[in-house]
Design a protein around this ligand. Structure first.
Ligand code: 5AD
Ligand code: SF4
Length: 487
């Protein structure tokens, strides 16, 4: 299961641009680091895709910092530009090539002035189409897949020496996390922490098992050490990331096997860590320990992104999802029994090859039964090399459009209903940023809705009780009740 997609972000030198579906809200800012010093080399990273890519972009900046690279906001004057790409849905490669065309001009301008611009393409498009990138854009200096970021410094040096592109899209035997420096830049109040990568599920439509490789977990000790460092730097909320995050497994100090439920309990013991989230999960990996953690660990937020993709057993089988609609519904019941206020989110694909109107209506029925607090829905788009791309009975585009509109109308309704259900309630909001309007501050509910309230900026970084006044389609407004002393 992929991590969630993020919208256009501008994060002080790390810009991300993608898709409307998001769990982070638009336009959030995160300071990557100090402004570059006068003699520092300038690094600009453009990030597409999921939070795992955002996290990876931060780690690439970390690994390049010892070489004197510091993040800058724009590519024009950068000594190095990294495109951290995403291959999950349509036209990913085209977007990369059009961005490369723009950067080529900047690179030429810099070269004419006697300066260099190292151009690197990283991420899943690099993994899937490395050779094509070099063929179509020979001015690219470095192509590196998601598993080789720790080799960036060496690749930069080789590119400087060699002239000609340096490519590394291996799935090396060593773990890149063992070779990356400790995450250096403070991530702010809310931070991501990758604990798992890759996928062995091979859903019919999905490129992730091919671009991100086999499922692997970071050791518990490394995860806990990084979490402690983040909290020491001021982080109060950590979102654990993985393409299949709930497939995480490791061992405890006593050598006993542990799953994500146990890891969450260990994390919850870190003083100062108030909120824990994880994304993205596969229904088959929701084990009893994780469900129990939802019931028993107050720091684990009552929100779960649990993609179902379809409500038709026929299509779920064609998708190789290895669960039925009834199994998904039963799982939702167990989760809600454990944590009655759990808000659910999901991913849906309409128009998978072979999907009939009856199959689509089964999806609509599942949606009406579950009632989602938010969801992300996509038209099926063939990804070269995946089984569904070559399958017969592709659904016509116009039909996909119609189904997507019908589904999204229902999902919008459910989201609005959820937001309105909070009106009048008093909820704990973690304030993280100034609001858009003067005097406002912004934060998130435990169920991840953005909240705006009139309040002093001194409350940023605190959890505060807020009475929700209005549930809007995509956010909430409220009034402060009282200040809550940090735990
Ligand atoms: N076409 C459409 N949507 C896709 N997704 C993944 N691959 C495809 C594809 N080929 C969606 C799935 C996944 C989300 C991150 O992207 O719903 O859960
Ligand atoms: Fe998720 Fe399936 Fe893709 Fe794996 S193959 S990342 S489970 S959608």
């Amino acid at each position: 299961m992929q991590a969630r997609f993020v919208p256009a972000l501008d994060r002080g030198g790390i810009a991300a641009d993608v898709c409307a579906a998001n769990m982070m809200g638009g336009g959030e800012r995160m300071d990557m680091s100090d402004r570059p010093k006068a003699n520092a080399k300038r690094l600009h990273v453009i990030t597409w895709g999921c939070q795992m890519n955002v996290y990876d972009s931060g780690r690439m900046a970390d690994v390049l910092a010892p070489l004197g690279y510091a993040p800058v906001d724009a590519p024009d004057d950068a000594d190095m530009v990294i495109l951290n790409t995403c291959h999950i849905r349509d036209r990913a490669a085209e977007k990369v090539f059009s961005e490369l065309g723009r950067l080529r001009v900047m690179k030429q301008v810099r070269e004419a002035a006697g300066n260099k611009m190292v151009l690197a393409v990283a991420g899943c498009v690099a993994q899937a189409e490395g050779a094509e990138i070099i063929a179509r854009a020979p001015y690219v200096d470095i192509v590196l897949g998601p598993q080789t970021y720790h080799k960036l410094p060496e690749m930069v040096a080789r590119a400087a020496r060699a002239g000609g592109a340096v490519i590394d899209t291996d799935f090396p035997a060593e773990d890149k996390f063992d070779h990356l420096p400790d995450a250096a830049a403070a991530q702010g109040m809310t931070a991501f922490l990758t604990i798992q990568e890759g996928c062995d599920k091979f859903c019919s439509f999905c490129v992730v098992p091919y671009t991100r490789g086999a499922e692997s977990s970071r050791p518990a000790a490394a995860v806990l050490a990084e979490a402690r460092r983040l909290v020491a730097q001021g982080t109060r909320e950590i979102t654990l990331l993985g393409q299949n995050v709930n497939a995480w497994h490791g061992t405890g100090p006593d050598g006993a096997p542990a799953s994500l439920g146990q890891l969450v309990r260990w994390l919850a013991e870190i003083p100062g860590l108030w909120r824990i989230r994880y994304t993205t999960s596969h229904p088959r990996d929701m084990d009893a320990a994780l469900i129990a953690a939802h019931a028993e660990v107050p720091e684990l937020m009552p929100y779960l992104h649990l993609p179902v993709q379809s409500g038709s057993d026929r299509i779920l089988a064609a998708m190789n999802r290895k669960h039925t609609a009834a199994e998904y519904l039963a799982l939702v019941d167990r989760l809600r029994a454990a944590r009655p206020d759990l808000a659910l989110s999901s991913d849906f694909i309409v128009g998978h090859p072979g999907e009939t109107e009856a199959d689509f209506q089964a999806t609509m029925e599942l949606v009406r039964k579950v009632r989602f607090a938010q969801a992300f829905s996509f038209k099926y788009s063939p990804r070269p090399g995946t089984p569904a791309a070559g399958a017969p009975m592709q659904v016509p585009e116009a039909e996909k459009d119609r189904r997507l509109q019908e589904l999204q109308a229902e999902l919008r309704l459910q989201q609005a209903e959820f937001n309105q259900s909070l009106e009048g309630q008093v909820v704990k909001v973690l304030f993280t940023n100034p609001g858009r309007r003067a005097g406002q501050i912004g934060g998130r509910t435990p169920w991840l809705q953005p909240v705006h309230a009139i309040g002093p900026e001194s409350l940023i970084g605190q959890e505060v009780l807020v009475r929700i006044v209005t549930g809007h389609p995509n956010s909430l407004t409220g009034t402060l009740i009282e200040e809550v002393a940090p735990a």
